[in-house]
Structure formats: structure tokens, C-alpha cells
Design a protein around this ligand. Structure first.
Ligand SMILES: [Zn+2]
Length: 260
């Protein structure tokens, strides 16, 4: 009995040590990211005009370098941190079901709709929390803005067996791609290149004109017409799976080239 307790205590101490080691590793990663970023931006601002252009690439590169320097336990812990968010980026409906049903498709709130509701609710109650909790609201806002993008990408509400088009391999013009990636990136890149001189601001302005005085003008008020704020994403999810069926999956078979 005592041995058992002692053993557990020993295990608990070991587990605590292990946890500390992992967090030290993660803290090390963050410090490395910060340090490398400061160095990188410092160098960039000395040697290049318009150094702000480096920020995204600088962040990516320094964090990748730091990530490669992580020990196996810390790397594992970081991966687990990422992993818990992975089901929150999409909705899987049963194959050929062009409808969204929260209780069927968002079990335990683990889907993009559930995530939006969760982070919206956190932000709505921002006055209630302690200073510590309010600090986490920045994270909630970042997640919310990311997931609002995801839920409006039709193939982020897709069929289960093809993983939202990810397993539907096809060609986009001359290179290999897949149906999910076509909607995630290829269409945008092609539109940018062919119509907007690779200028993202011009594309954004064109989209905005569609609702400031264009074809979506009449739709704007309906975007926030929901029974309550938390049910809004149900509507967005329904629209996305409808559009996925109407356009995304339409006429697409393995190996075809939808760019034609
Ligand atoms: Zn996402």
C-alpha cells in the first residue's frame, strides 16, 4: 500500500518533471521565435527598404527554424497542442448529404460551427472574466476570425469519405492538385494572376464592391439575420454545404481538370 502510494508519488514527481521539461522546451521555442524574429527583422530593416514585407516570411522562417531545434518531447507536446484544433476547421457531412445537421455533423461541438459558437460566446462574456481570462480573448478573436473564413469556404463543409474533397485528386491547369485545394487556393491564385495583376488588394476591393453596390448589395442585411448570434454559423454551414453540392462537387470526378 505504502509502496503503491510512494510509487504513485514518484510517478507524479516524474510526470511533473516531464511536464516541466516539455514546457521548458515550448518556452524555449517561443523565446527562440522571438529572438530569431528580432534578429531577422533587425537585419531586414538594415539591408532592405520596405522591411515590413518581411514580417510574414520572417515569422514563418524563424518559427520553423526554432521548431526544428525542439527536443522530441517538446516537439510532441507542440504537435498535441496543434492537434486539438484540427477538427475545428471543417464540417464533415454524410456522403451526398447536402444539408447540415448540428447534432449529426458536429458531435461534441467539434467542428467549425461549434468552434465559432464557442469563441463568440467567450467574446460576448468578455466583461465577466478575470484579467487572466481576458488575456485569452485575443486568442479567441484570432480563432474566431480564422474559423469565420473556414466556414465560408464551401469545401470546408464537405463529404466525410473524401475529407471535404482532399482525397479527390485532379489537375488544375498543368499541375496536380485536389478538389479541396482548388477551392482553398488555386481559384484565388489563378484569379489574382489572370485578372488582378497578382495584387491581393485589388481582388479584395473587387469583392468588397460586390456588396457595397454590386450583386450582393441586397444580401448584406441577411448576413446577420439569425435567431440569435450563436445560431448564425448554422446558417453559414448550411450555405457552404449547399454551395459545395451545387458548385464544388458538381461534375467532378477523380482525375478530371475543373480548370477547363
Ligand atoms: Zn482553418
Amino acid at each position: 500500500m505504502f509502496c503503491d502510494i510512494g510509487g504513485r508519488k514518484h510517478q507524479a514527481v516524474q510526470a511533473e518533471k516531464k511536464k516541466k521539461k516539455i514546457w521548458d522546451g515550448i518556452r524555449g521555442l517561443l523565446r527562440l521565435c522571438a529572438l530569431a524574429f528580432v534578429l531577422f527583422v533587425g537585419l531586414a530593416s538594415i539591408s532592405l527598404p520596405g522591411a515590413l514585407g518581411w514580417s510574414k516570411e520572417g515569422h514563418m522562417m524563424t518559427c520553423r527554424i526554432a521548431q526544428n531545434l525542439l527536443g522530441p518531447e517538446a516537439a510532441n507536446a507542440v504537435e498535441n497542442l496543434y492537434r486539438w484544433t484540427s477538427p475545428l476547421h471543417f464540417i464533415d457531412t454524410p456522403d451526398n448529404a447536402c444539408t447540415f445537421d448540428y447534432s449529426r455533423d458536429c458531435v461534441k461541438d467539434a467542428c467549425v460551427d461549434g468552434a465559432i459558437q464557442n469563441f463568440t460566446s467567450q467574446l460576448l462574456h468578455y466583461r465577466d472574466g478575470t484579467a487572466d481570462r481576458r488575456y485569452n480573448l485575443t486568442e479567441a478573436l484570432l480563432f474566431l476570425s480564422h474559423f469565420m473564413g473556414d466556414i465560408h469556404q464551401p469545401m470546408h463543409a464537405g463529404f466525410t469519405s473524401d475529407k471535404g474533397g482532399n482525397t479527390v485528386d485532379l489537375r488544375w491547369f498543368r499541375h496536380k492538385s485536389n478538389l479541396h485545394h482548388v477551392w482553398d487556393r488555386e481559384i484565388i491564385l489563378t484569379a489574382l494572376k489572370d485578372f488582378y495583376d497578382n495584387d491581393m488588394v485589388l481582388l479584395q476591393e473587387a469583392i468588397e464592391r460586390n456588396f457595397s453596390d454590386g450583386i450582393w448589395f441586397d444580401d448584406v442585411t441577411s448576413w446577420k439575420e439569425c435567431d440569435d448570434l450563436l445560431s448564425c454559423p448554422d446558417k453559414y454551414a448550411t450555405e457552404s454545404i449547399n454551395i459545395a453540392c451545387k458548385w464544388g462537387y458538381k461534375g467532378v470526378k477523380e482525375g478530371v481538370n475543373p480548370s477547363r
